[in-house]
Design a binder for this molecule. Structure first.
Ligand code: HEM
Length: 488
């Protein structure tokens, strides 16, 4: 296969400097000579180093067709992640290169190679793909997570780190987190008191998804529900639609849509992904936008004066000239990012968010062309038998040896929780608090067992996602004195 060379040289822009420019023609010609010499030297060294880079082979992978690459084979497979993982197993490789259309897709299942991408060469692999699903959800790349490297990413990352996810902000939101955990325990307790034949059987998928959604709404908009909710504390129609739309988006984001790899097909919507993304994004906007519009107006006309939630924080941020720092559209896009990231509590995607390389380089002695999509496999890393003893067994105690400080982060990428490096998760503290609070309160308040008519839990994974094919049902029995349950 012909490897494109030195493409990035063609996109070099003039570099702005603070150098004084001389008006004297002699000085100007000396200056031009110096710039010319510098450019030639840069050009020479870039070509030289690129030649060295190109001596390396691409990672192993199936032979691509001209133009379409391996897209025809991809389309024949119902589950693309499964196809990629099987292919890697067959080839006995922990890094591969699968060309889809004009993109080199590089899946990785080895922690050492993953660290080379996200640690040693973090700067090179810190961008994101420009694709339809990410563009729709981020309102044309106004947010942080999905935005390619550049000024907008830097701006939104700074807002998140300094205003939303700072330790002061984390303490400020503590009461809201406790309130929602209380509601969860109250909801489960209510189910335990219901009609005899359903007593205590909890749909844990539903309960945990809605705990996350309610909490994000509470932190963001200072409301638990978008509608009335149910009397027993469960979600109502509006909340169910909201959560369903968020999960539909998660399932269709980076889901190997044909036009992601052949951009000339954008708009034809051959696999229907574009319609699904637009519809679900429309549902979320329908709920979020009126709240945001109304709040912006309240701050403008002075009827709102107290900062009570994250939306107020975002609206009241000012730039150096005292003007609003974020536009209404930027606030709306960030809101979606917060909600989506909170749902990472259920890791439903087979790969980490793609990292895109900004120049040609080598990793693990393989050539990785500029523009490659690096996909760290959550599944492949987390169950790599070279790293994990009995990888498919549930053995929490393996994380306890040699440390008395167990954390959810995994900086050596032996599995992916919050990932690492420049594009690593910015919400580690909040994500950790939400996760631990959820499990701790459910375990503290209830004894859990199988529903009476079940002898085991069916762990079969769904065809089209990483979630269980059927929601997890379990029997809850209160284990504390009644007066310790919230609302009793
Ligand atoms: C348990 C919950 C969470 C998990 C497991 C998680 C995990 C992740 C992962 C794997 C990434 C991608 C890293 C990469 O590209 O290598 C990420 C990105 C990110 N997460 Fe989280 N996350 C969680 C909660 C949150 C929360 C609550 C927030 C707060 C708003 C948040 C904010 C972000 C942001 C802003 C990024 C994008 C960073 C960038 O692209 O520059 N996350 N997260």
């Amino acid at each position: 296969m012909k490897i494109p060379s030195n493409r990035y040289l063609l996109s070099l822009h003039p570099i702005k400097t603070n150098l004084k420019l001389y008006d004297d023609p002699l000085d100007r010609s000396m200056q031009q000579n110096a710039v010319g010499y510098f450019s030639i030297t840069l050009f020479y060294f870039t070509i030289k180093s690129n030649k060295n880079i190109e001596k390396h082979p691409l990672p192993p992978g199936p032979k691509p067709w001209p133009i379409v690459g391996c897209l025809p084979t991809m389309l024949r497979n119902k589950s693309v992640p499964r196809w990629i993982h099987n292919l890697m197993k067959e080839m006995n490789t922990e890094i591969a290169c699968i060309r889809l259309g004009n993109v080199h897709v590089i899946p990785v299942t080895c922690p050492d190679i993953a660290c080379e991408f996200l640690k040693a060469k973090d700067d090179i692999f810190a961008s994101r793909p420009n694709i339809m699903s990410a563009k729709i959800v981020s309102r044309d790349y106004l947010t942080t997570v999905l935005t390619p490297i550049g000024d907008q990413w830097t701006k939104m990352k700074k807002v998140l780190m300094t205003q939303v996810l700072s330790s002061a902000g984390h303490h400020w939101l503590y009461r809201k987190r406790v309130e929602e955990a209380d509601h969860l325990v109250h909801y489960v307790y209510n189910q335990c008191k219901k009609v005899v034949d359903q007593e205590g059987i909890i749909n844990l998928r539903m309960a945990t998804q809605h705990y996350c959604a309610n909490l994000v709404r509470k932190m963001m908009f200072n409301v638990r529900f978008l509608g009335e909710g149910m009397e027993d504390g469960g979600p109502g129609f509006e909340e169910e639609r909201h959560v369903e739309a968020i999960f539909t988006i998660l399932n269709h984001l980076f889901s190997f849509c044909v036009s992601d790899f052949l951009p000339s097909l954008v708009g034809f919507d051959l696999d229907g992904h574009e319609r699904v993304m637009k519809e679900s994004h429309g549902i979320i906007n329908k709920y979020h936008d009126p709240i945001i519009d109304q709040r912006v107006q309240q701050w403008k006309d002075g009827t709102k004066k107290d900062v009570e939630d994250l939306l107020d924080v975002l609206i009241t941020l000012k730039d150096d000239n005292g003007n609003p720092l974020l536009s209404k559209d930027e606030i709306k896009a960030q809101t979606t990012a917060c909600a989506r990231e909170a749902f990472r509590l259920h890791p439903i995607s087979p790969f980490n968010v793609p990292h895109v390389s900004v120049v040609d380089t080598t990793v693990a002695n393989y050539f990785i062309p500029k523009g490659s999509y690096v996909l760290l496999s959550r599944q492949g890393l987390g169950s790599n038998p070279k790293i994990w003893d009995e990888p498919l067994k549930f053995k929490p105690e393996r994380h306890l040896s040699g440390t008395n400080n167990v954390v959810l982060t995994e900086n050596n990428l032996r599995f992916i929780s919050f990932s690492t490096g420049k594009r690593g998760c910015k919400g580690v503290t909040l994500g950790t608090s939400m996760t631990i609070m959820l499990f701790a309160r459910l375990l503290q308040g209830f004894t859990w067992s199988l529903p009476p008519d079940q002898s085991c839990i069916d762990l079969t994974i769904a065809e089209d996602s990483m979630a269980l094919a059927k929601p997890l049902l379990a029997l809850a029995k209160p284990r504390l004195p009644p007066h310790l349950y919230p609302g009793c």
